[in-house]
Design a binder for this molecule. Sequence first.
Ligand code: AMP
Length: 416
Amino acid sequence: MDSAVFQPIQGMSDLAAPEISLWQRLEHAAREVMRLWGFTEVRTPLLEYTHLFTRSLGDTTDVVQKEMYTFADRGGRSLTLRPEGTASVIRHVAGLGAEGDDARLYYVGPMFRSERPQAGRKRQFHQLGVEAFGAPNPAADAEVIALQLRLFEAWGLSGHTLDLNTRGMPEDRAAVTQGLADAARPHLGALCEDCQRRFETNILRLLDCKKESCQQIVANFPPTTQFMGEASRKYLDDVLRLLGKLGINAKVNPRLVRGLDYYVHTVWEIRHGALGAQDALAGGGRYQVALGDKTFQGVGFAIGLERAIMAVQQDNPALAAAAPQTGAWLVALGDIAREANLQLAKQFRCAGIACGMELGARSMKAQMRAANRSGAKWVVIRGDNELAAGTAALKNLADGAQQDVPLADLEARLKS
Ligand code: AMP
């Protein structure tokens, strides 16, 4: 048989046991943090009309130009698998009317980008993100950054750093573009091909080019705050001051821009030492997006969950290793005991005790092997004698100790 049948699409993976249990634990912890901070979940479709992304993310951005999975549906409409979560959440909030003006929402789920797969970079990956809607307010930005750091704390992460910068207000954009163009023009010939294109289309992206030769050139550019108005600089100072009050130390990185057009004021990125070359664990920022006749303002972030898992495996091995113990494995000697065990298994499961059993006739040895494989802590063994006596042999798989226990006491013993 063609072995490709067994492979998922390149850059995409199945998530299953045993790793899936760590995913579930991270999500569970995150949902509790979200509840405490007053955010509720939104689940939007994975497919959207393409124009939602081209309009909100900006059509000169890398995501829109190079990375979207876009295709025509049977009716000829252009659809795109979501490359990020914010645009869909804004579309959702647009439908809520005035109620959406101060919505606080979070999402967890897959995103799709047709990038070159490599370590830490997938074509289907997962993000956990939040969006807090409302007019620009440094307190809102500081609160959302604090929430993000609280999540990392809840996951036991320690090896991360926070870089922060401002994109300024839309009114600053012309002056920033002009200032950067003046600084870059003398070096145009020495910039990489991508940056020469960016010089015309999206000059801010010169600042975060990954090429060493470009980085050396932009290191000497003046910080963009120099071209911004007083209001934008004060906004950044206020965010930093409020973060300080919340005990958060942010490093201002004047080269940090983040890729998308919709950002205004605060942008930030979290890096983690466990991640190698793709060391961005999460990004965030304040945005302003016009959809229809309304402008949506908010602040949010997205955490890459594949990378969060890698970071937890390094920083918090105890959490990464903890696999929940299955309670009991029921072993039957004979058909009658097997049917009786089917009833007992249901009774245990309804009482909150995880358990398993072989559903077909198997030897005692085969059943014990299955018990060991299952990770169960206890084995409950019953044959004709036990059924007649109303007991079961209870064996502790860790130390091998075994004793007869009255049926009525079993539940309590298994829960102990
Ligand atoms: P972005 O909005 O592009 O900054 O993405 C936010 C976070 O999602 C990043 O910091 C990464 O942790 C994660 N991420 C983005 N693209 C990928 C990818 N192709 N594969 C895995 N994780 C990704």
